[in-house]
Design a protein around this ligand. Structure first.
Ligand SMILES: [Zn+2]
Ligand SMILES: [Zn+2]
Length: 338
């Protein structure tokens, strides 16, 4: 099969993903073999490729995968050949530890990330355990469903962790793949809430998208929004928006950091001006299968329509470079089979 393979962590500017012909492994036990049609592009892949997040090497990245079942392992019985399924960031968890037992399989010490600890979706096929794949609601086309599997589902987990209620204000720091899906979710779940969006620069692609989607206010990170924020979600790769979010947070407010790695440190936090007043900061770590299932259900009801920029499989380096530079709006998706 054709696959984009990473052999050595390097800056994305050096085109580190190489198109290779890789053998397809037959499914064993309860594994299924999916023929991939679309795979979303995620910032976490930049962290893997550029060496900020430990990953197996060589690795085929990609963890927002939509495909159809091509073959079933001898003990796989949940699904049938041809059925459309999605694969998300959670490739495996142990199912036995104290975290798994409490419904927190995202915190499992033996958590395996798709396209990180196991080969992922920048390829024509993937092997996955049938308990870690999800039927995709019919309302979504393949390229629309792909970004829902990480950007959407982890965004959903982040929103749950803010504890937001209808009528409260929320600030979204960064307006990429995850935030523009969160935006649609917030509008549906909390119809009287006001949403304030912060981006890198006025007039950049994300700020234009936020304006088009009807954000209540759009500004540059560093500006002060018209009201204090009851909740904030940070999806940016740099440290400074954390301080900005906390500076604008109402007393008792909650900031959730929806990302795995920051490229620059979080500096100059001052207890009195950033944390005092029972302001809370929380990170989102990985995802549970329940998050993915719950999110797909609500996403189909709305229905969420991600803004998608399509790329071919062999354009993965270019897609990630454009993501790094903030050069497209919404979600990047590799179209692998039409
Ligand atoms: Zn992701
Ligand atoms: Zn576990």
């Amino acid at each position: 099969m054709r696959a984009m393979v990473l052999k050595k962590a390097s800056p994305i500017e050096t085109n580190p993903l190489v198109l290779e012909d890789v053998p397809v492994t037959q499914p064993a036990g309860r594994e299924i073999l999916l023929e991939i049609s679309a795979c979303g592009v995620c910032r976490t892949e930049l962290d893997e490729i550029e060496g900020r997040l430990p990953t197996k090497l060589p690795v085929i990245p990609g963890h927002q995968i939509v495909g159809r079942i091509k073959d079933l392992g001898p003990d796989a019985s949940r699904y049938r050949i041809g059925q459309r399924l999605g694969v998300a960031w959670i490739y495996r968890a142990c199912g036995l530890c104290c975290f798994c037992n409490r419904g927190l399989e995202n915190l499992c010490d033996r958590f395996m990330g798709t396209g990180c600890d196991a080969d992922g979706g920048y390829a024509e096929y993937i092997l996955v355990h049938e308990d870690f794949a999800y039927p995709i609601p019919d309302t979504f086309e393949d390229h629309e469903a792909a970004p829902l599997l990480c950007a959407g589902a982890i965004g959903y987990r982040a929103l749950k962790l803010t504890g937001m209620r209808d009528g409260e204000t929320i600030g979204l720091f960064g307006f990429g793949s995850s935030a523009h899906i969160q935006f649609q979710l917030i509008k549906y779940l909390f119809p009287t809430s006001r949403i304030f969006v912060f981006t890198r620069r006025k007039g950049d692609a994300p700020s234009e998208l936020a304006m088009k989607m009807g954000a209540d206010w759009v500004g540059e990170t560093g500006e002060t929004p018209p009201e204090k924020l009851d909740c904030a979600i940070d999806t940016t790769p740099i440290g400074s928006p954390v301080k900005e979010a906390l500076r604008n947070l109402e007393k008792g407010g909650r900031l959730v950091m929806n990302l795995i790695r920051k490229e620059t440190p979080i500096t100059d936090l001052d207890y009195a001006s950033h944390l005092w007043g029972e302001r809370e900061v929380k990170s989102v770590a990985n995802i549970t299968r329940t998050d993915v299932q719950e999110f797909l259900e609500v996403a189909a009801k709305i229905p969420i329509r991600p803004e998608v920029k399509k790329f071919r499989l062999e354009e993965a380096n270019e897609a990630l470079l454009m993501l790094k530079r903030g050069q497209y709006r919404g979600s990047g998706v590799l179209i692998i089979k039409c």
